[in-house]
Design a protein around this ligand. Structure first.
Ligand code: R5P
Length: 301
């Protein structure tokens, strides 16, 4: 029996398989079903008493169900006397509501963090979580907190396509994406530029470009999340106006809400790819390698 057991929630079984392989750990099963009234039923199948457990679940699609499933599973692991519980949450839902933007709003991520804190986890691992206004996530979530990045995996994917990389520039569609554009540009030995975005509502954004020299070049856009696709649609429009010879789009979390995928398909992109941190029709890039190294270190494997 391996010292570490990896368990996958209903949205991340594929990531659990990848992590168990990379960590050379046992892969365990979790039964997830529903009672007739819609309530969730969770059963941890392996005996976890005294063992170190890595539980992975990602909080999209249907974030509310995913959260309830995750809380039930993690609390059960504690109750079943696992020696250590490591929660891998590649996509942390509710992270974008990290401030009271209008009077009376719930600051959702603080509430979610309180619930995680009550589980007394040993460590939490997220991937490119929106942490703009959360300065000390370990304190907020009450556990060692590692926010990892999936951008190196995106860069590896592009690296395998020499024709895409040639005469290309990496583009962050807004100021916040500078961090991801910089990593990808470094990994690919390319230049990068960042566009300027103004958000008017959850679905309406405007993008402007100042100083982005893309004329005659291929633009490789990188972002953390594609939700409605509004940001990408606007960015592609601007890049074409600036004379880009073609545009490819990559992202870590392809949430693709509503008709986002249909909108993106109409853009005639050179490529459109995301990681499997969230499953979607474009989730072609495994996220497990971005997480395995941190777990290896934490678990001293
Ligand atoms: C913004 O903070 C993020 O980095 C993404 O640019 C944004 O979440 C994308 O959302 P949408 O696809 O709805 O424009």
């Amino acid at each position: 029996m391996s010292a570490v057991v990896v368990l996958g929630g209903s949205r991340a079984e594929h990531i659990a398989v990848g992590l168990a392989r990379l960590l050379k750990a046992e892969l365990g099963e979790v039964e997830v079903t529903r009672f007739p009234d819609g309530e969730m039923y969770i059963r941890i199948l392996p005996n976890v008493k005294g063992r170190r457990v890595v539980y992975v679940n990602t909080l999209q699609p249907s974030p509310n169900d995913a959260l309830m499933e995750t809380f039930l599973a993690l609390d059960a692991l504690r109750d079943l006397e696992a020696r250590e519980v490591h929660a891998v949450i590649p996509y942390m839902a509710y992270a974008r509501q990290d401030e009271r933007f209008k009077p009376g709003e719930a600051v959702s991520i603080v509430t979610i963090a309180k619930l995680f804190k009550s589980l007394e986890l040993d460590a939490i691992y997220t991937v490119d979580m929106h942490l703009h206004r959360v300065t000390d996530p370990s304190k907020l979530f009450g556990a060692r907190f590692r926010n990892l990045t999936g951008v190196h995996e995106l860069a590896k994917y592009v690296k395998h396509q020499p024709e895409l990389r040639e005469n290309a520039i990496v583009i962050g569609p807004d100021e916040e994406a500078e961090q991801w554009a910089r990593i990808m540009a470094e990994d690919l030995s390319l230049d990068y530029a960042v566009l300027e975005k103004k958000r008017y509502s959850a679905t309406e954004v405007r993008i402007e470009a100042r100083g982005a020299d893309v004329e005659g070049k291929k633009a490789i856009v990188v972002d953390d999340i594609i939700s409605t696709g509004g940001t990408i649609v606007e960015a592609v429009k601007v890049l074409r106006e600036l004379g880009a010879s073609g545009v490819a789009v990559t992202c870590v979390h392809p949430i693709l809400s509503g008709n986002a995928y249909a909108k993106l398909q109409k853009l005639d992109l050179l490529d459109l790819a995301g990681t499997d941190a969230v499953l979607s029709p474009i989730s072609r890039i495994p996220i497990a390698p971005a997480i395995a190294g941190a777990l290896e270190k934490e678990l001293s494997l």
